[in-house]
Design a protein around this ligand. Structure first.
Ligand code: PAF
Length: 294
């Protein structure tokens, strides 16, 4: 296993990427906030198929957290992350501190549009602006020709695709399928907060999505019915539900309850299990059924 170089400043990260390009290598970027799990390593492996040089960034970005969110306690373990990244054949790790990414005088933000109007947008004001800003900075630093993001953050992925188009960024945005535990639970760094009891309650998210996927496969197209199947499961298990929404898979505009969803639609969930906010989604008409153990 090759050891992976860790750089801390934007200048060093850019120099690593420039050197790779001089060697004739394609550069891929995998932006993360660390606390890496198999889902993240899937992103790195996917990036590795598409580029010889894979820069993985690890940065818990303060501008995408609200004042009452978990910025302070978000899990951080750079040493373990680096070992995992070596196993996944990353080429280099960019792990800046907050002052490196937001130096004194920093004031520019990337404003996002209507794609942020529904789903998580209203529940996390400023979140997508923070994501858009930090990812734009990372693109400017690394200049990747490809960047890989997880589909679990479905709305984030849609917004980042839009940004790359609107700002003429020469980067291909690749979405990587949700990686699930054998139980069906979508992998997330925040799963580390869950107690054993909460973990079993959290299975309601994937169970609900599966119920909707089965109904859709059997021909159900009424938005209200599909949404209701998911909501029933989630409501029983969750401490609180931010939303269960069935929306147009591209524009992310929710369907009215009485509408027919057509050939493709995203069902997205955000809820709290205990104090932990979890999200999950499934694209009806596109995603494979969720596999469960047992
Ligand atoms: O998905 C995440 O982990 C973060 O939102 C990202 C894309 C790394 C930006 O901080």
């Amino acid at each position: 296993m090759r050891s992976v170089k860790v750089v801390r400043s934007p200048e060093e990260a850019r120099a690593e990427c420039d050197a790779a390009r001089v060697r004739g290598e394609r550069v891929a970027l995998v932006p993360t906030m660390g606390a890496l799990h198999e889902g993240h390593l899937g992103l790195v492996r996917e990036a590795r198929k598409r580029a010889e040089f894979v820069l993985c960034s690890i940065f818990v970005n303060p501008t995408q957290f609200g004042p009452n969110e978990d910025f302070e306690r978000y899990p951080r373990d750079l040493a373990s992350d680096v070992i995992r990244l070596e196993g996944a054949s990353a080429s280099a790790v960019f792990a800046p501190d907050v002052a490196a990414m937001y130096p004194p005088g920093d004031e520019t933000r990337v404003r996002v549009g209507p794609l942020a109007a529904h789903l998580c947008g209203p529940y996390r004001p400023g979140h997508f602006e923070g994501v858009a800003t930090v990812v734009t900075k990372l693109f400017a630093i690394a200049g990747p020709c490809v960047a890989v993001f997880g589909k679990k953050d479905y709305q984030q992925l849609a917004i980042l695709r839009r940004i790359a188009i609107d700002l003429f960024m020469p980067v291909e945005i690749v979405g990587f399928p949700i990686v699930r535990e054998a139980s069906g639970l979508a992998m997330s760094s925040r799963n580390a907060y869950l107690s054993t009891e909460e973990r079993s309650r959290a299975l309601a998210l994937s169970r609900g999505l599966s119920a909707a996927a089965r109904a859709f496969a059997a021909g159900e197209r009424r938005a209200g019915v599909l949404r209701g199947l998911v909501f029933a499961e989630v409501e029983r298990a969750a401490t609180s539900v931010d939303y269960v929404t069935i929306a147009d898979a591209d524009g992310l505009v929710p369907f009215a309850e009485a509408a027919d969803v057509g050939a493709r639609a995203v069902i997205a969930i955000a809820c709290r299990i205990g104090h932990t906010r979890l999200i999950d989604n499934l694209v009806l008409g596109e995603d494979a059924p969720i596999a469960f153990e047992g």
